[in-house]
Ligand binder design. Sequence first.
Ligand SMILES: NC(=O)c1ccc[n+]([C@@H]2O[C@H](COP(=O)([O-])OP(=O)(O)OC[C@H]3O[C@@H](n4cnc5c(N)ncnc54)[C@H](O)[C@@H]3O)[C@@H](O)[C@H]2O)c1
Ligand SMILES: O=C[C@H](O)CS(=O)(=O)O
Length: 484
Amino acid sequence: MVTLQNSDLLKTQCLVGEGWVDAEDGSTIEVTNPFNGEVLGSIPSLSQSQIEKAVADSEQAQISWAAKTAAERATLLHKWADLIDENREDLAVLMTAEQGKPLKESRGEITYANSFIRWFAEEGKRVYGDVIPSTKLTQRITVLKQPVGVCAAITPWNFPSAMITRKAAPALAAGCTMIVKPATETPFSALALGELAIQAGIPKGVLQIVTGKSSIVGGVLTSDKRVHKLSFTGSTEVGRTLMAQCAPTIKKLSLELGGNAPFIVFDDADLEKAADGLITAKYRNAGQTCVCANRIYVQDTIKDEFLKIFLKKVAELSVGDGLKEGVDIGPLINQGALQKVTALLQDALNKGANLLAGGDVNDVSELTMNPTVISDITADMDIAHEEIFGPITTIFTFSDEAEVIKHANDTIYGLAAYFYSNDLARSWRACEGLDYGMVGQNTGILSTEVAPFGGVKQSGFGREGSKYGIDEYITIKYWAQELG
Ligand SMILES: NC(=O)c1ccc[n+]([C@@H]2O[C@H](COP(=O)([O-])OP(=O)(O)OC[C@H]3O[C@@H](n4cnc5c(N)ncnc54)[C@H](O)[C@@H]3O)[C@@H](O)[C@H]2O)c1
Ligand SMILES: O=C[C@H](O)CS(=O)(=O)O
């Protein structure tokens, strides 16, 4: 079990329009701690009719929620954020227990998740329309911006809180209501956020958190014509499925999908900073983030010097139970994840990659993989093309700038890319040449609520955070008035 200061935060029921409920047939899904396999509790597996009822309640609640002023909604959102701040340690402990990431990262995620609530509470007050000069003296043209209405969100396990508030905050600020289906691996973080939303005074039905079989919950949320928007964060494979399921009802979509980030170290880079940046970009959340450095391209003339610096830092990483202070790398989320990562590693080694560090499971737990580094990666290796989603650094070598940009872009994904260089002209060539939604220069982390987060190509579309994020939950209405 997990020990919390505020026991109200461990919710084992779903939050729907009528309040906290069990599955009508009593069915449940167990939730385990990936570090030690301990059962933390269980959550309901709601029925199709319960999800349909949630949609009806969301539609009803949206009428009065949208009738509030943006300032009134902001007050409630800030109260929600205040309660999240007050319960940050408990929320972090709950997240580490169900997801495995180190406590310091969980604390950081709660702060990051809360930043979206604070940001969009204020952005909701700036949903401005337009008055357009008409071509006729007797006509007036006005552009109104209004909330989309009932929205749905389906979110991943790797950021159990931030991926929810990155959607719910702009939706609620805009006057929409939202039904969230969190990953079944990490529901408690989502349900705790729901509890605090209710405590903040956000009316029942405005934010609902539902759990159950993905096919049942997702089947309703993607097909019900009363749901006007789906925001999905997860794998590209599932994104394709959900996009197709939403097509018959022409839903507004945001898709934040998979990544395959290149990380380029040019010969003019500060190698110490590049090594630090790569540690962050590769090993955060045990490599289980959509923006993790997946392919590391090091210019041949500085490769040996860079590897010497980097491998020293890798050796200093601490692997263990995320609930223990000082741990840098926790477990992978489940056996399937470990098997996928291990298979990618073995395939690379079988095809000639060199093992420079790690390569095995740490005996502290069945799912904790030691930080691993392999070099001499070639295009015939699966790891050169697939999203690794594990703590494996793959080192490629290059000589020519144009060549590396071409290789960096040779993927179906287009989420994040990174490069280290201090040359002005090269920086512009690299940033403009990299076909990605986000580019980090001389940094290994892009997470901030003030900038537009999202991808191109098969990493999806739509943007979250920034002044752009609220547009995903807004419709534009053009009003022509003939006064003559
Ligand atoms: N672009 C981003 O912002 C971003 C952020 C985090 C994770 N991701 C991506 O997510 C993936 C890892 O997360 P994951 O394993 O949870 O992804 P996933 O796609 O397996 O699952 C994501 C969510 O979708 C649900 N789901 C799965 N199949 C479904 C279906 N048929 N119908 C309805 N819902 C369904 C899951 O239960 C979960 O809630 C990686 O590819 C990662 O790159 C992307
Ligand atoms: O994995 C997905 C997250 O969006 C990464 S980040 O924390 O937003 O950078």
